[in-house]
Design a protein around this ligand. Sequence first.
Ligand SMILES: *[C@@H]1O[C@H](CO)[C@@H](O)[C@H](O)[C@H]1NC(C)=O
Ligand SMILES: *[C@@H]1O[C@H](CO)[C@@H](O)[C@H](O)[C@H]1NC(C)=O
Ligand SMILES: *[C@@H]1O[C@H](CO)[C@@H](O)[C@H](O)[C@H]1NC(C)=O
Ligand SMILES: *[C@@H]1O[C@H](CO)[C@@H](O)[C@H](O)[C@H]1NC(C)=O
Length: 401
Amino acid sequence: MRFSTLIQLSVAFISAASAGARRADCPIATSLPFDDDELPDPFTFNDGTPVLTTDDWTCRAAQINALISSYEAGALPPPPSSLGVAFTRSGSSGTLSLTASNGGPSITFAPTITFPSGTAPAAGWPLVITFEGGSIPIPAGIATMNYANSAMAAQTDLSSRGVGLFYNLFGANATASSMVAWAWGVSRIIDALEQTPAAGINTQRIAVTGCSRDGKGALTAGALEPRIALTIPQESGSGGDTCWRLSLFEQNNGADVQTATEIVQENVWFAPGFANFVNNLSALPFDHHMLAALIAPRALVSFENTDVVWLSPLSAWGCMSAAHTVWAALGVPDNHGFAQVGGHEHCQWPASLTPTLDAFFDKFLLDQPNVSTEFFSTNGAFNNVTWNPADWISWTTPQLT
Ligand SMILES: *[C@@H]1O[C@H](CO)[C@@H](O)[C@H](O)[C@H]1NC(C)=O
Ligand SMILES: *[C@@H]1O[C@H](CO)[C@@H](O)[C@H](O)[C@H]1NC(C)=O
Ligand SMILES: *[C@@H]1O[C@H](CO)[C@@H](O)[C@H](O)[C@H]1NC(C)=O
Ligand SMILES: *[C@@H]1O[C@H](CO)[C@@H](O)[C@H](O)[C@H]1NC(C)=O
């Protein structure tokens, strides 16, 4: 069923600058009547007109961001009114201590950095920010930060709502979900690195990664923070690099996968209001192909595991295939990679994927622009459910000018 009404319910005209858009105006809606059981078209504005240029895409991305914030993620607050930074280093170990306040209570968090050996590049070391330490092999020449995202926003179970440093600062009733709280923390880390040259990090060469629930978080951070050059979600599954509609389809065809209805009863990764939509996904004016596409034209490579049924492998392949059309439209298809294999446990890195991962590090963090990152593959093990793109992707990919 295709959507028939395209009337904006609550429309606010906000300045191009605040939308991050270059159009003279970019009408942002926080709610949109919508009814589409296929994947929504990323190249059609809220008012039904087509996205034709790269400037159009900047505005369309601002529209998508506002809708995702309103329907499932919650509001991303601005930087704090004060951010104190203290950096210490001993040998290869550093600590970046951040103290944030908005005039009231302050919070402090102190991610640690492991520096490579050898002489730093003139612009500083590239850095991977790892959610809870991550679980991918990081090549030589790249610094690694351990980001304790679960301390920023807890994720034990439904009792975690409003718990964590972020909520100590913004109040337990802040609408931001844990995904958004984690992304806010990543943005403050980059602020702190920018104002601390002594840390020796090249803030133009930052990647984020995490696995499973923390992969969902890494994907969201990449979508919300434009200073992240490379986003690497690993086995992020539903709520990450899969689409809600496709996971439900996979479930309805006999595979026991994580779906939207399950996820809102499991944890607080999404905002409370998302529960209003999980039984009517057709009403969502976006799906996660559009969350991922907020990263474009920056680099995204995601890895999935077909041996773990609940990760919803058909959904990941279909969702990332749909997202890929945005990088293709922007003329940089190889800035978006995907690899999906089996033969390993959840969050254990299979060595067969290291060349793919290293190519993305080489090109986007290690200044080797000519390395090929043309990687987009699956083993097709989709829990015996059939992926038929024509059932889900109704748009043709434009060449944006
Ligand atoms: C789902 O949402 C659509 C669009 O808002 C609406 O027309 C439809 O009645 C809703 N269905 C259910 C079962 O709530
Ligand atoms: C948070 O919301 C709850 C429920 O609406 C309310 O009882 C409580 O007073 C609120 N707390 C703050 C700090 O606003
Ligand atoms: C990349 O390839 C171009 C074109 O062949 C060449 O001019 C450039 O020097 C290469 N850059 C690097 C860093 O190898
Ligand atoms: C898929 O179908 C094959 C052949 O019927 C069967 O052996 C296999 O167990 C099925 N796999 C799943 C994940 O259901």
